[in-house]
Design a protein around this ligand. Sequence first.
Ligand code: DLL
Length: 433
Amino acid sequence: MIWNEKIETMPLEDLKNLQSERLVKLVRYVYERCPAYKQKLDTAGVSPGDIQGIEDITKLPFTTKLDMRDTYPYGLFSTPRDQVVEIHVSSGTTGNPTLVGYTKEDIKLWADVIARSLCCAGARPDDLIQIAYGYGLFTGGLGLHYGALEMGLTIIPTSSGQTQRQLKIMQDFQPRILACTPSYCLYMAEEAREMGLDPRTASWKIGIFGAEPWSESMRTEIEQAWDMLATDIYGLSEIIGPGVSQECTYKDGLHVFSDVFYPEIIDPDTGRPVEEGQDGELVITTLTKQAIPLLRYRTRDIVSLTNQPCRCGRTSPRTSKIKGRTDDMIVVRGINVFPSQIEHVLLGIEGTHPHYQLVIDRQSHKLDQVEIMVEVDEKIFSDEIKQMRSLEQKIKKEIEAVLSIGVQVKLVEPKTIERSMGKAKRVVDKRQL
Ligand code: DLL
């Protein structure tokens, strides 16, 4: 089922016209209503009249996280505060958090794109959905909630945490759909087994997983553990929360709802567009938002994009899974390392789990040391030391081949690494950089 069939299957030419019309209006809107944007556009020497269509978008300056922090809390709003009906805060680790707000119309838009996402993943109006993303300032719980409500699903708003209760509720109410972070979903599989419950017999058959990077191998692991279809949902608070893009049941890229969130892929160093299919930083313009519309927001997420038609009939462009972040990328001894590369290796080795953590340290001017803690099966721990060493060596060798740097591998028992009910913490950087 396609939620907004007219829009989602629109011929590309019509889509382009719609985007053009919306962009022209948007630039005028922010210029007239948001002093910070007026100043930004004036400084860049662009006036609303210069923007005649979507192809003019590259004339506009980028908006960055820094712009949001500098204008914290309300400086980037284009509507008076009293028209804002809800506020969320994006998880940031440094400085001011980023605050985002929604008008009533923005909430309607959010509900619409999430309803599109749910349908994309295969949900039907008669389904039950268990929403185990956190409710609160994080956008995951309420975002999924509004869309499920719009679609008329039966919502079980468990929020995150209390894992045994999540599982009991699933067994009692039999929801077919689960929405949570992929790492939490795997954690629930462990808990289920400990409770003597075979995850493959669970009622969840469709998963809507996002808010953190996860690899194809992790997908396979989840699908096999739960006997379910695991789909990817992407989004970020600054743009709307979840619902910027979503995989359909073909799992061949995430459909970007580009009539409202216009995507560009740029070279993060030069800011120039890359060729179709090449990796680059995803930049998004919110074409119809009211409270905090953003022009060319730099997400720092790395993806590639294709305009090739999809078998599902939706015409919107699709991105790859998120390959990393320009800022979460860790530079170790000058080499770029993405945690996802390690996850991929681990999932290919029998006996290891996708629960891992990188600890990076530098002792007084020496080279950076990378230690990778990897959880392995209980059984491996009861094996002979010799066998453990040989597994350690195997992991070390494979990771070193992928990363091109030397690493230490430490095998640890199941459940040693702290579990998260939300986004998993993959990197502990102890260097004082
Ligand atoms: O994580 C919104 C969300 C909630 C998305 C629930 C999907 C599901 P933030 O907390 O602002 O918003 O974090 C946004 O998380 O820039 C990405 O780096 C990362 N991220 C989100 N979805 C994915 C995904 C929510 N599917 C940041 N794959 C983004 C990889 C993701 N990374």
